[in-house]
Design a protein around this ligand. Structure first.
Ligand code: SF4
Length: 212
């Protein structure tokens, strides 16, 4: 069965797309063509509708889930309307915490600040993969069509989120040579908590469920 929702531990993870805006050099799907997370093959041949995702959410069950997370091996905000719709349904269903793991480029792609829409839908936590303390390092680690402007856009996204999403983190993959202290300072400047993620196990940590 195609995997749109998958449980790891008590949390439930949602996989809305295989498409990305970045081609991160440390990503298992880019580096190793490895799409398996926690035993689930997350490669999708097409993007699911909100109802198709919701059907798998209900089948997995929501009772006792401390958290539901949009993640996977694709960028969830590439399916923004589905993400917002599922967030509303999860909040209405009483889920304690809805989290989004993201590249932080949704506002750049959409041409408007989408953080207020996420806040209105009830998103409770955001983890933005900033991945670098400066734009040159970012482009080297996360090649993309926007170039260095993408790093600035992810920072703007974090700044906007810090004002209206309850829990905001900036995450960095600890590739060899990364200046972790500079990353910490950058996260704190943006009003976000700092998270350093292990390099070799990106996408394979049970508690992460994926690494968008
Ligand atoms: S690390 Fe995340 S954003 Fe980067 S290519 Fe992989 S899934 Fe996409």
């Amino acid at each position: 069965m195609t995997t749109y929702a998958y449980a790891l531990g008590e949390a439930l993870y949602l996989n809305l797309t295989s498409a990305c805006t970045l081609a991160c050099v440390f990503c298992p799907k880019i580096r190793d063509d490895d799409w398996v997370v926690g035993g689930y093959d997350l490669r999708l041949s097409r993007a699911p509708s909100a109802d198709e995702v919701w059907d798998q959410v209900l089948r997995a069950g929501l009772a006792g889930r401390p958290e539901v997370v949009f993640t996977g091996l694709g960028e969830p905000t590439r399916r923004l309307s589905v993400l917002l719709e599922i967030t509303r349904r999860l909040v209405d269903a009483g889920v304690a915490r809805v989290r989004l793991d993201t590249d932080g480029l949704a506002s750049l792609r959409e041409g408007r600040d989408v953080i207020p829409e996420m806040a209105r839908a009830g998103l409770g936590a955001l983890v933005v993969s900033l991945n670098a303390p400066d734009s040159a390092t970012y482009v080297r680690l996360c090649p993309n069509q926007y170039g260095e402007a993408a790093w600035e856009a992810a920072r703007d996204f974090l700044r906007s989120a810090a004002g209206c999403i309850p829990d905001v983190e900036a995450s960095f993959v600890g590739v060899p040579g990364l200046d972790a202290e500079a990353c910490r300072m950058e996260a704190e400047r943006l009003g976000a908590r700092f998270r350093l993620r292990p390099y070799d196990r990106v996408g394979r940590l049970k508690e992460q469920g994926g690494n968008a």
